[in-house]
Design a protein around this ligand. Structure first.
Ligand code: S3P
Length: 419
């Protein structure tokens, strides 16, 4: 398979959720360009609409959002449906915990099986009340109101937990401090600072000081490195050619997969760095090489957590063994990504095994063929879509539509750059 062409992957999912939430809570009118228009981001928009925010339709063009202010959310008349989106449920939980009304948060079957106590615990410690229909997970009822400040030592390194606490502190106008065991993506901190909030990041600690207001902003959303990673892996696995990925977010807390593909032997070149909306973006040029297996340890995981399925697929084509540990969080993503990745690699004839907190993949160049069961998980569909594009492989995906969660144009972009 030869790769060729230039792609601008859709806007970053994490930044798109935050751009909508922060623009909704701001004073005045924000202008946001390049939002990801996907099912997950529409879930956040739908929740904000039900909380009384007059949001226009989410498109990649310029979206104009009139903020309602930190106290402007209104009691919802219906349940708040977060669909498949963990970021929507967990970040909004922070804002809702500090808002003086009751809301009931629901989601699809996959999201309902994912842990929510991790956000309920710190928010309860701040004074909100949470009720769970079934121990953990959705549905979850949030009785919000006045909160007090908090210093929280987060057991799970999670940007969603950190962001929920920061948003609760922001809306409640109280100081909060979150200590994490490992650094996680810092988009919330960067975007709050760009909107005039005093947020400090030192080592693995984020601190927010109350300031009573959030400014509107004019910003662009860079290309999503988690989406770009599929194409970087595709180019690395090709036999010839070169792929150009424009406007990719290069925040170090998100670039682990690119670093790892480089360690596996792929040729990656970043050029034309520039700043956009408090983040760095660059053009990424990737070309193929023979890949070799790597060891991915707990210290690497946070910066490439969402990219592990595609790295596993690349590892199936690399020389030698790839071993991933310290990634137990994969078990509570949109699917159990350890079990689902390994089962699918085996289903197509690759050599893979599960570990409690990761997996081992032994690469080969024999043709891989068979049916992949995605369990509705967008990143599983796209990871195996990349492996299926490799010459000689014949991989069928049971649910190609599930990519709509984060990358609706994935299949046509894949077809466009593979020859
Ligand atoms: C996200 C944080 C990560 C990531 C998810 C998006 C975010 O989850 O896996 O896809 O936007 O904050 P955790 O916070 O659970 O690690």
């Amino acid at each position: 398979m030869r790769v060729e062409g230039t792609l601008r992957v859709p806007g970053d999912k994490s930044i798109s959720h935050r751009a909508l939430i922060l623009s909704a809570l701001a004073e005045g009118t924000s202008h946001v360009r390049g939002l990801l228009s996907s099912a997950d981001v529409r879930s956040t928009a739908g929740v904000l609409l039900r909380l009384g925010v007059p949001l226009p339709e989410v498109t990649a063009g310029e979206v104009v959002i009139r903020g309602v202010g930190l106290r402007g959310l209104r009691p919802p008349a219906v349940e708040l449906d977060c669909g498949n989106s963990g970021t929507t449920a967990r970040l909004m939980a922070g804002a809702l915990a500090a808002s003086p009304f009751t809301s009931r948060v629901i989601g699809d079957a996959s999201l309902s099986a994912r842990p929510m106590q991790r956000v309920a615990q710190p928010l309860t410690a701040m004074g909100a009340r949470f009720e769970f229909a079934r121990g953990d997970g959705l549905p979850m009822t949030i009785r919000g109101g006045a909160l007090h400040g908090l210093t929280w030592f987060s057991e799970t390194a999670s940007a969603q937990v950190k962001s929920a606490v920061l948003l609760a502190g922001l809306v409640a106008d109280v100081p909060v401090e979150v200590h994490e065991s490992a650094p996680t993506r810092d988009h919330t901190e960067r975007m709050l600072r760009a909107r005039g909030v005093d947020v400090r990041s030192e080592g693995n600690t984020a601190t927010l000081l109350p300031c009573g207001r959030l400014d509107a902003a004019d910003m662009g959303v860079p290309g999503d490195p988690s989406s770009a990673a599929f194409f970087a892996a595709l180019a690395a696995l090709a036999t010839s050619g070169e792929l150009v990925l424009e406007d990719v977010l290069v925040n170090p807390s998100r670039s682990g997969a690119f670093r790892m593909l480089g360690r596996m032997g792929a040729t990656l070149r970043f050029e034309d760095f520039r700043a956009d909306g408090g983040e760095q973006v660059a053009r990424l040029v990737v070309s193929p090489r023979v890949l070799r297996g790597v060891t991915i340890g707990p210290e690497d995981v946070s910066a490439l957590i969402d990219e592990l399925p595609v790295l596993a697929c690349a590892a199936a084509r690399a020389e030698g063994e790839t071993r991933v540990t310290g990634a137990a969080e994969l078990r509570v993503k949109e699917s159990d990504r350890i079990a689902v990745t390994v089962a699918n690699l085996r289903a197509v004839g690759a050599d893979a095994e599960e570990l409690a907190d990761g997996f081992v993949v032994r690469g080969s160049d024999r043709p891989l063929a068979g049916l992949v069961r995605t369990h509705g998980d967008h990143r599983i569909a796209m990871a195996f879509g990349v492996l299926g594009a490799v010459g000689g492989n014949a991989i069928e995906i049971d649910d190609r539509e599930c990519v709509n969660v984060s990358y609706p144009g994935f299949w046509s972009d894949l077809a466009r750059v593979t020859h």
